[in-house]
Design a binder for this molecule. Sequence first.
Ligand SMILES: Nc1ncnc2c1ncn2[C@@H]1O[C@H](COP(=O)(O)OP(=O)(O)O)[C@@H](O)[C@H]1O
Ligand SMILES: [Mg+2]
Length: 303
Amino acid sequence: MIHGKAAVLMGGRSAEREISLMSGSGVLKALRARGVDAHAFDPGQRDLADLKAEGFERCFIALHGRGGEDGTMQGALEVMGIPYTGSGVLGSAIAMDKWRTKMIWIANGLPTPRYRILAAGDDWNAVARELGLPLIVKPANEGSTLGLTKVVSTKQLPAAYELAAKKYRDIALAEQFIDGPEYTASIVGETALPLIRIEAPQGNYDYQNKYFTDDTKYHCPCGLPARKEKELQALSLQAFRVAGCSGWGRIDLMLDARKRPWLLEVNTSPGMTGHSLVPMAARAVGISYEDLCVKILELAHVG
Ligand SMILES: Nc1ncnc2c1ncn2[C@@H]1O[C@H](COP(=O)(O)OP(=O)(O)O)[C@@H](O)[C@H]1O
Ligand SMILES: [Mg+2]
């Protein structure tokens, strides 16, 4: 068997458990189809120590969100000496934190929307003046658009702050609104795959919309001139690396009216269902879903 006994880590305890189960089932089926001795393993239901006891030699991390994508699982696997897919401890932890990711990008001269961290006693008028309206309020640490609000008038700010900060006990980030098309760059190993343009229904950013309806359209090829796409692929690779990320992942970015790019975030363990974006970008360059899963598994590392 290629690669020895492999565990596909799926499920877990985060808010994105259901998506992870879908990603994991797809990956499991694909790896088996390619002759890998792969087995499902749900860290939400099982003791991690079983990985070692049952002789697993590699882990494909198909977990999303806290406890799977944030560096903690990566740290546990490091300690156990089991190679795993995707970013290491540092890159995973940084990418889970949109605030620290932005600080690193800014320190490296990479473009990311202007922002400020919100606090309960803030002067909301001053925030609106500083960033302009509309603006985006989102939690710094929770993925999948939980707690995100597009704020069009100052009086919405307190509620947007409450939603982002309180409900998920998190740091709330207010960000300049970028009015333009949205893209995602998929990264596998040392290459950025073709960009996908994401066309969401007007003003609709919620979680349900993103995963469970057909309203969002995805375009690959993305429609940009080849030179512009190349430039954004290079920018995404650089953004991925300076954030300490490796293996595979996805960078979300937008273009403004003047076609200038703005980096939004890194996803270090993006969706891997048959309809997910990294598989879609891979298909555009002739890499099948199965081959993509094997490729990611081959990039597994420890330390
Ligand atoms: N500064 C921004 N300007 C315009 N739209 C934004 C901005 N930040 C986020 N969005 C929208 O909200 C979505 C989710 O934001 P993102 O930062 O990618 O967080 P996550 O995907 O973890 O929920 C983006 O895909 C984009 O559509
Ligand atoms: Mg995103």
